[in-house]
Design a protein around this ligand. Structure first.
Ligand code: ARG
Length: 568
C-alpha cells in the first residue's frame, strides 16, 4: 500500500467531520496540508501542519485547533497516539498491529487509479556503431522506467528507434563497395569510423556517401542487399550486449528505416497545413515563436541531397505511435544535447496536429571522469559498453580476491552489472556524474554490491528458516524501533514507485533501495531471528518482517534490472 496516501487521506476525511473546520476548508488549504516524516522518529511516524493552516480562517490559536483535530484523529483505528508539539504540529503514532498486518503488504500492488498507455523511446542505437558509454544511461534508465511503469499497472511500449537509415548507412555502403563485405564483428566496428574519418578529409568521399544514402533510401537493390547483409550483423552485436546488460527486449525495433513508410503521410499533413518552406534546396519547417529569446532553427524536413532527415524520422515515428498505440505519453530518453532537436520536433508535431499524446524529452547528463570531462579509458578513448563492463568486472574480481573470496565468473558478472547499473540509476538523470570504477564496486556504502549483498543475506535467512520448518506469523507484540522503521520503509515502497514514475526519476527507486537495505541490515543486527534464545512468537513475527522485506527488496532489484547471485 501507499501508507503515506492512506494516512493523509484518512486525516483529510477526519478533518471534514469537524463542522467548524469544514466551514472554512478550501481546496487551497487542503492542497497545502503537508504530512511529513519527522527526522526523529520519537516525534511520531508522521506530523502535519494542518492546524497552522487553519488558524487564520478559523480565527483561533493553532494549538487549540490542533487539540480539536487530534481528538478526531485518535478515532482512526490504526492510530496509537496523537501529540501536539511546538506551535501546533500534530504528531501521529501508528499502531504496531497495523504496521505489521499482512494485508497492508498484499493490497493493491498492481492497481493504478488511472492506467496510462506510455510509449517509451530509449536505447535507440545506431546500426554500424558499437554501444558505448554514451548509451548506458538511456538504456539503464529507460529500461528501469519501463519496468516501474509496468509494475504499477500501466501499459507500455518500448521503442528502439534505431539510427539505421541516415548518412552513416551511406558511409558504410560506400566503404563496402570499395573494400568488400565485412567478415566479422571487428570489420563491422571498423567500417563506420574509418569511413567517417575519410569523409572529414575528403569532400568527394562525403558526397559519395551522401549519394549512397539517397540510393539506399530510394530502393536501389544492390545497396539494399548490402544493407541487408551488414545491418543484421550489427544488430546481432547490439542484442548480445543488451542481453549482457539484462535489458528487457524492446517491444519494437522500429527506427528510422521502418518509419520511412509514414513520411509521405506526414508530408501530406504538412502540405495541407502549408507548413513546409523551401530553403536553399532543402525543405524546412519554421518553428520559431515570437516569445523565443534563444535561437530556434527550423526543423530540417528534407535535406538538399534529398535524404530523409533525423527530424523527419521522428515526426513519422510520432505519427505511427500516436495512430497505432494511442498513447497518453511518449517519453524520450536521450542525452541532454538533443534537447534542441526534441524542442523543434515537438513544436513541428504541434503545428501539424500530430501531438495527440503528451510528448516529453528526458535529457540526461554526461558521465565524466574525475576531471569533470567526459569519461575516457586510460588510452584516451571513449569506452565501449563491453569494455566498461569488463573494467567493472576486473575491479570486482580484484576486490573479491583481496577479501579471500573465490567467486565464480557468473557471480562476478552479476556484481559488476549491479555496480554499474545501480551507480547510474542513483544519480539524478538530468545531472552529470563522475564515474569511478573503484568506488562503484565497493561492498559497503551506496553501491550495487551492497544492495546485492543485503539481498543474498536475506535470501539465506528465508531459506534457512524454511529448512528449519519455521513459518512466519504475526502476533500482538510491541515492536522494536528497528522493526518499526523497517516496516514503515516497506510501506513507503508504493509511494516511491509512483513518484519515480510520475517524475521520470528512477533515482528515487535506487536511493529508496539503498535506504531499505540499510534498514534491513540495522534490523538484522539488532533483532535476532533464528537464534535459539528468541521466543517462538517473536521468531515467527520477525520472519514475517523478513518475508516482506525480501519480497520488496527483490522487487526493487528486479525493477533495476539487476541479478542476485546465490552467494557472494
Ligand atoms: N540514434 C540516436 C543517437 O544515437 C538516438 C535516437 C533517440 N530517439 C529518437 N527518437 N530520436 O543519437
Amino acid at each position: 500500500m501507499n501508507l503515506y496516501k492512506f494516512v493523509s487521506d484518512n486525516i483529510k476525511s477526519k478533518i471534514q467531520e469537524i463542522d467548524d473546520v469544514k466551514d472554512v476548508l478550501t481546496a487551497d488549504i487542503e492542497n497545502n496540508i503537508a504530512l511529513e516524516v519527522p527526522k526523529i522518529r520519537d516525534f511520531g511516524d508522521y506530523s502535519t501542519n494542518v492546524a497552522m493552516l487553519l488558524a487564520r480562517p478559523m480565527k483561533k490559536a493553532p494549538r487549540d485547533i490542533a487539540q480539536l483535530i487530534a481528538e478526531k484523529i485518535k478515532e482512526l483505528d490504526f492510530v496509537a497516539d496523537v501529540q501536539i508539539a511546538g506551535p501546533g504540529f500534530i504528531n501521529l503514532f501508528l499502531k504496531d498491529s497495523f504496521l505489521i498486518a499482512p494485508e497492508q503488504f498484499c493490497q493493491g500492488y498492481k492497481t493504478v487509479e488511472k492506467q496510462l498507455m506510455v510509449d517509451m523511446d530509449y536505447g535507440s542505437y545506431n546500426i554500424g556503431k558499437q554501444l558505448h558509454i554514451g548509451h548506458l544511461r538511456t538504456t539503464v534508465v529507460g529500461d528501469t522506467f519501463n519496468r516501474i511503469a509496468r509494475f504499477l499497472g500501466h501499459k507500455t511500449k518500448s521503442y528502439n528507434h534505431m539510427g539505421d537509415w541516415g548518412l552513416p548507412m551511406g558511409l558504410i555502403i560506400a566503404w563496402i563497395l570499395e573494400n568488400g563485405m565485412p567478415q566479422n564483428a571487428d570489420d563491422i566496428n571498423r567500417m563506420y569510423p574509418a569511413s567517417t574519418a575519410r569523409a572529414k578529409e575528403d569532400k568527394s568521399w562525403l558526397e559519395t556517401a551522401q549519394k549512397a544514402t539517397v540510393e539506399l533510401q530510394s530502393g536501389n537493390p544492390e545497396y539494399n542487399q548490402i544493407y541487408n547483409t551488414f545491418a543484421p550483423m550489427s544488430l546481432d552485436q547490439i542484442s548480445k550486449i543488451l542481453k549482457r546488460l539484462n535489458i528487457l527486449p524492446f517491444d519494437e525495433n522500429k527506427g528510422e528505416r521502418l518509419v520511412a513508410e509514414y513520411v509521405p503521410k506526414v508530408q501530406k499533413i504538412l502540405d495541407e497545413k502549408n507548413l513546409v518552406v523551401r530553403d536553399d534546396g532543402a525543405d524546412i519547417i519554421p518553428v520559431k515563436l515570437d516569445s523565443d529569446t534563444a535561437p530556434m532553427p527550423p526543423v530540417l524536413w528534407r535535406s538538399s541531397t534529398g535524404a530523409q532527415t533525423y527530424a523527419a524520422a521522428d515526426l513519422a515515428a510520432i505519427y505511427y505511435r500516436t495512430t497505432t498505440d494511442k498513447p497518453d505519453d511518449i517519453v524520450y530518453f536521450t542525452d541532454n544535447r538533443q534537447k534542441l532537436h526534441f524542442t523543434q520536433v515537438f513544436r513541428a508535431a504541434n503545428k501539424a496536429g500530430l501531438d495527440t499524446a503528451r510528448l516529453q524529452h528526458v535529457g540526461f547528463g554526461t558521465i565524466t571522469g574525475a576531471d569533470g570531462k567526459p569519461f575516457k579509458t586510460r588510452d584516451g578513448n571513449v569506452p565501449q559498453m563491453d569494455e566498461m563492463l569488463d573494467m567493472v568486472c576486473d575491479s570486482v574480481r580484484a576486490r573479491a580476491v583481496e577479501s579471500g573470496k573465490n567467486l565464480p565468473d557468473e557471480t562476478i558478472e552479476m556484481i559488476a552489472l549491479a555496480a554499474l547499473k545501480f551507480n547510474d540509476l542513483m544519480h539524478d538523470v538530468k545531472a552529470d556524474y563522475v564515474f569511478d570504477v573503484d568506488s562503484v564496486t565497493q561492498f559497503e556504502g551506496r553501491t550495487g554490491p551492497y544492495i546485492l549483498y543485503t539481498a543474498v543475506r536475506l535470501n539465506a535467512v528465508v531459506k534457512k528458516a524454511a529448512d528449519m520448518g519455521l513459518t512466519a506469523a504475526v502476533s500482538d507484540i510491541q515492536l522494536k524501533p528497528e522493526e518499526r522503521n523497517l516496516l514503515l520503509r516497506l510501506l513507503d515502497f508504493r509511494r516511491v514507485l509512483e513518484n519515480a514514475f510520475a517524475r521520470r526519476a528512477t533515482d528515487l527507486l535506487a536511493n529508496y533501495t539503498y535506504d531499505l537495505a540499510q534498514d534491513i541490515n540495522t534490523f538484522y543486527h539488532n533483532c535476532p531471528i533464528l537464534r535459539d534464545d528468541v521466543a517462538e512468537n517473536i521468531k515467527q513475527m520477525r520472519l514475517h518482517i523478513v518475508d516482506m522485506a525480501q519480497k520488496t527488496l527483490n522487487t526493487a532489484i528486479d525493477l533495476m534490472g539487476l541479478r542476485v547471485p546465490d552467494s557472494m
